[in-house]
Design a protein around this ligand. Structure first.
Ligand code: HEC
Ligand code: HEC
Length: 326
């Protein structure tokens, strides 16, 4: 009996040592780097149609994280990120050749947006990846980044470097990985099929599931519907005043989902303008998305009807969180 205990003790001690060693290794290495990639050889033609479409995608994605209060993409502090991940800052992605991405090739930008890997093999864990964005939309983003629009004009201002917490570092060695680059063409959805258009707009362009699922980490960027609690909501975030706000349950669960609250018209209004049917205003980080068309937001509503229903009472959870904050 005693001997058995001793063996268990040794095993346990050994495991602790291994764990301590792994932690020390993670701290010493920092974010892992990868082999410098083979960058696709593309030159994006900057047509007015692409620049206009790129602007829509930029307004829904890039601006929220990269724009300073003058609307220039200098990079900024990411206040809404939970503190457990560290102090996160985005980067200057203006056309400045040194501080921004003026010296990146079109292919390097496209590769990075799909995978999270820069040309030198370094990995940007905080920046979302867009593996399901259609080639044509990705090219539109590049065309806009290269355009004469105000936000992307070169400026040397930049945000401080990110300070990742130990938890974040640990994640980059375990769950968070760059994505593979697929040379296959990713096509735009069939715009005459509302469910397909809605799914694409919500998952590939809007990244709605990124906030409206059950967990920030347990998500699949390549197959969003495999994310934990897909569209069931409940992730705790911070509004501009630093107060907790929980993401909504967007499934059509009759008791706890949004179905019971919104008609399609009301849904379009709340997503585009940020105003609920009772006149109340949605809090940050849920910003209004007037850049999407009624057709696109209506399509998201149609798509959400097809998503597996999840019972998750956000109102009750919010009350609990608020009670704990007092
Ligand atoms: C959720 C916030 C977020 C969104 C949305 C976002 N970014 Fe980023 N981005 C970041 C952060 C944070 C970094 C710094 C990454 C790091 O250091 O890990 C970054 C880094 C980058 C870089 C690398 C810059 C460098 O010098 O290394 C590029 C390029 C970039 N983003 C472009 C874009 C574009 C284009 C979009 C829109 C399609 C976009 N980002 C959307 C947060 C975001
Ligand atoms: C950065 C995180 C984030 C992203 C991305 C995001 N949301 Fe939200 N959303 C929230 C939060 C937080 C709330 C809760 C706001 C509140 O309670 O005031 C919310 C609330 C909502 C509501 C209101 C529900 C209610 O309770 O009345 C709807 C509808 C909604 N989001 C739809 C969307 C759609 C559609 C997308 C994609 C186009 C999206 N959201 C993307 C964070 C996000």
């Amino acid at each position: 009996m005693k001997k058995a205990l001793k063996i268990v003790g040794f095993c346990f001690g050994g495991m602790l040592l291994l764990l301590a060693g792994f932690c020390a290794y993670v701290v010493a290495v920092g974010v892992p780097t990868y082999d410098p990639p083979t960058i696709p050889d593309v030159t994006v033609e900057r047509t007015p149609a692409r620049i206009a479409r790129g602007e829509v995608i930029a307004q829904i994605q890039c601006m929220a994280c990269h724009a300073d209060n003058q609307n220039r993409l200098t990079g900024k502090y990411m206040a809404e990120a939970p503190p457990i991940f560290g102090k996160l800052y985005s980067k200057n992605i203006t056309q400045d050749k040194e501080k921004g991405i003026g010296s990146w090739t079109d292919g390097e930008i496209m590769y990075f947006l799909r995978t999270g890997i820069r040309r030198d093999g370094s990995y940007a864990p905080v920046m979302p990846q867009y593996p399901n964005m259609a080639d044509e939309d990705l090219k539109s983003v590049v065309a806009w980044l290269r355009s004469d629009r105000f936000p992307v004009q070169p400026t040397r201002e930049e945000a401080p470097p990110t300070e990742l917490s130990f938890v974040s570092l640990l994640l980059t060695h375990t769950l968070m990985k760059p994505l593979a680059y697929s040379p296959k063409l990713i096509a735009l959805p069939d715009t005459t099929d509302p469910v397909a258009l809605g799914r694409y707009t919500a998952d590939a362009i809007g990244d709605c599931y990124g906030c409206h699922s059950g967990d920030m980490i347990d998500q699949s960027k390549t197959e969003p519907e495999k994310s934990k609690g897909y569209y069931g909501g409940g992730i705790e975030m911070k509004d501009e005043a630093g107060k907790s706000v929980l993401t909504a349950n967007l499934t059509f669960d009759q008791q706890t989902g949004i179905a019971r609250k919104y008609t399609k018209e009301q849904f379009i209004r709340v997503v585009k303008l940020g105003v609920r049917p009772d006149g109340s205003i949605l809090r940050q980080p849920m910003f209004p998305r007037p850049m999407l068309s009624d057709n696109e937001v209506g399509a998201i509503y149609e798509y959400l009807k097809t998503v597996p229903k999840i019972k998750n009472d956000i109102a009750q959870k919010t009350a609990e969180v608020q009670l704990a904050e007092k």
